[in-house]
Write a protein that binds this ligand. Structure first.
Ligand code: THU
Length: 152
């Protein structure tokens, strides 16, 4: 499979996940899809709360899933998509980038996985995609390596 096919499949999985967002307050549905080192894909969507600040972002929900399965050291890439729902579709022409907290949470798994993971950011309408390495989005990160937790 080509890099672009991988990327597009991951974005499609993130889009499916966004349909399961619980976002009654913002109306902004976000999906995240994590690619693991064996090709498996694990997804998450945002989970809002009446106490707004308790909201869980899509990326955080997905990372919690892989951590709970014992797979926090198997992350290869992530795709993120977000927008406002319009029937089956999402509206939005600008790529959605991970928030600061999610960049840090992604970094935990990336360092554990010893991979500068690819981060694919897609607009709700799917027309705009920007791809990065996590180190571009979170340079000079603090992480488990700083606490001596990354074995050689
Ligand atoms: N959101 C995410 O799920 N991920 C991000 O990286 C940015 C923001 C969600 C949180 C909230 O439910 C909605 O988008 C609007 O902020």
């Amino acid at each position: 499979m080509s890099d672009h096919e991988d990327r597009d499949a991951l974005i499609a999985a993130a889009r499916d996940a966004a349909a399961r967002a619980y976002a009654p307050y913002s109306g902004f549905h976000v999906g995240a899809a994590l690619l693991l080192d064996n090709g498996d894909v694990v997804t998450g969507a945002n989970v809002e709360n009446a106490s707004y600040g308790l909201t869980l972002c899509a990326e955080t929900a997905a990372i919690a899933k892989i951590a709970n399965e014992g797979w926090i050291d198997r992350l290869a890439a992530v795709a993120i998509i977000g927008g406002r729902p319009d029937g089956e579709a999402l509206i939005g022409s600008e790529p959605v980038h991970p928030c600061g907290r999610c960049r840090q949470i992604l970094n935990e798994a990336a360092e554990r996985s010893k991979t500068d993971i690819a981060v694919h950011c897609a607009s709700g309408d799917g027309a705009a995609i920007r791809s990065y390495r996590l180190s571009e989005l979170l340079p000079a990160a603090f992480g488990p390596k700083d606490l001596g937790l990354i074995p050689d």
